[in-house]
Write a protein that binds this ligand. Structure first.
Ligand SMILES: [Fe+2]
Ligand SMILES: [Fe+2]
Length: 536
């Protein structure tokens, strides 16, 4: 969390460093019964925090764990393990000598220091080598570097082979979220310093630790930290809002077979542009045949890369990077699911043809292509409701209602969202709403063109087949037949709708294409009647 002064200093490129120090003590039989690290008074931990440029704000405890909430960081103390997580200028490495003065050097079995940075220096971080110099002199160890294509870098320093990580059950799971949603950000800044709890996240935290004790703090002028603990388990979240950069980190030592629900809950609240999930496995978990699933991705987030690194002491770090899909990409994925059980005449294939036609006409007509493409993908999502109500429900109206929720969280303006809904509402040939915007006119034309020409004829008979209609019924006056009945034949569709479409087309490019398709269709039905009458 930043003070006003620190924010000023970071007004340029912010590299968002997150640092983590883990210290594991040797486990002696003589320790049984005593509280190990937890025997040191709060005054001692104040000095440790101070040496790392942090200040203790509050503390909560269980029988196994003390969780200190610090300025810009958290400090967790188990009997035989210490974990300090910080961001910004706080430096946990500088706290090491103070920790050694408490424990003695020889009692430390392993030190691990991790720094995660997001910068534009190809991962070259002179600072990391410098920071670990003192550590290395005291505890010889090894450096590791995990880089990703989008300039996320994790630098590790590890010294020593850790004994069984009793405090952490051998696992640490982290979520790093960059550039989160502006509206969400407002909830974490410019409010009075006070404890606050984003209640929307409670169900997510409950998936990790139900019934946890919680300690949280809202910083002035912005930022938020939270520690949650139960027995030996912890979770911690730090939120750093900012217009040019923003960052959220989440970490827990709770083992879950599949963290997808937890990650999904976090990302649907913060809506970050980029997400990294990191799992550190120690001890016997390292070689587990099927390690936990970090995040399966979603319609909104796609995996960009997956990495793993084995550490010398026997640990393994798995990392996956995801980024938020572009609005159109998100809609393609959502829409495709919605057409899973649709009828052939108005299915995903029809939608894709309409999208292709929108692309052709839209560019000629100067339409806003993102609005048009999203509207095209969603235009018939209400069709199943019209079909199941035998035509009583208007699929354009129903579809626009459904789309409202789907596009609600897209990163596009409200004006564009309104236009998308208008396009869907007004695309129906028999509808009452007239297309008013260029995008709505193009979608109307593209959709109608798919009911014309060779495709139009094929779809008319496909639709008739779906209704169980006859191939042709010359005995009935078409004026007296009804839609959604056995008389709703392909020829009836041509007579009541398809042959009239060309005169309703709204754009120049649409009219040009419609002329050609109309004449093909006209020839087809002339021939159809002749063949039906046995004339040729
Ligand atoms: Fe439609
Ligand atoms: Fe359609």
């Amino acid at each position: 969390m930043k003070t006003k002064q620190e924010k000023k200093r970071f007004s340029g490129t912010y590299d968002g460093p997150e640092k983590k120090l883990e210290i594991q003590l040797k486990i002696h039989h003589t320790d049984r019964g005593d509280k190990g690290l937890r025997t040191f008074p709060v005054e001692a931990w104040k000095k440790v925090a101070g040496a790392g440029r942090a200040k203790i704000i509050s503390v909560i405890s269980t029988d196994a764990l003390d969780a200190y909430l610090l300025s810009e960081s958290s400090l967790f103390i188990w009997k035989d393990k210490l974990l300090m997580i910080t961001c910004g200028d706080t430096s946990p490495v500088m706290a090491v000598p103070e920790i050694i003065s408490l424990t003695g050097k020889d009692r430390i079995s392993r030190i691990m220091y991790v720094k995660k940075i997001n910068n534009h220096t190809n991962g070259k971080d002179a600072g990391f080598a410098k920071e670990t110099e003192t550590l290395e002199r005291l505890f010889p160890g090894k450096h590791y570097h995990l880089a990703s294509h989008d300039d996320n870098h994790m630098h590790f320093f590890n010294s020593g082979r850790g004994e069984a990580d009793r405090g952490s059950a051998g696992i640490t799971f982290q979520i790093y979220m960059h550039d989160f949603d502006n509206a969400v950000m407002k909830g974490f800044g410019n409010i009075d310093t006070s404890s606050a709890f984003p209640s929307e996240l409670l169900p997510v935290f409950n998936k990790v630790i139900p019934h946890m004790a919680v300690d949280s703090h809202m910083f002035e002028p912005s930022g938020f930290s939270l520690n949650g603990i139960h027995k030996e388990q912890y979770l911690t979240m730090h939120v750093t809002p900012g217009r040019e950069w923003s960052y959220v980190s989440f970490e827990t030592n709770v083992f879950i077979d599949d963290y997808t629900d937890v990650v999904s809950g976090m990302v649907s609240f913060f809506k970050p542009q980029r997400v990294s999930v990191v799992l550190s496995l120690n001890g016997q978990l390292r070689d587990a045949a099927s390690p936990p699933v970090l995040f399966r991705g979603s319609d909104v987030y796609s995996e960009r890369e997956k990495k793993s690194v084995d550490l010398d002491y026997g640990g393994r770090v798995l990392c996956q990077n995801f980024s938020r899909n572009a609005p159109v990409e998100i809609i393609v994925r959502v829409a495709e699911h919605l057409f899973k059980d649709s009828n052939g005449s108005h299915d995903w294939e029809h939608t894709q043809r309409v999208v292709r036609m929108c692309n052709k006409i839209g560019k000629t007509e100067g339409a806003e292509m993102d609005v048009l493409t999203i509207a095209a993908y969603l235009h018939d999502i209400g069709r199943c409701r019209q079909d199941s109500s035998n035509g009583k429900i208007c699929h354009a109206a129903a579809g626009s209602e459904m789309a409202e929720t789907i596009i609600e969280n897209l990163d596009i303006t409200q004006e564009k969202k309104n236009n998308i809904l208008h396009c869907i509402k007004s695309h129906r040939f028999r509808g009452q709403v007239i297309p008013e915007t260029t995008e709505a006119k193009v979608l109307f034309d593209a959709d109608k063109l798919d009911a014309m020409g060779a495709i139009g004829v094929a779809r008319a008979y496909l639709f008739a087949g779906e209704l169980g209609a006859m191939l042709h019924n010359p005995d009935n006056n078409i004026e007296n037949t009804h839609p959604y009945s056995k008389d709703d034949t392909g020829y009836r569709e041509y007579m009541v709708k398809l042959r009239k479409i060309k005169d309703k087309i709204m754009t120049d490019e649409g009219r040009r294409l419609a002329e050609e398709r109309h004449s093909f269709m006209d020839d087809f039905f002339k021939r159809f009647l002749k063949e039906h009458n046995g004339e040729c």
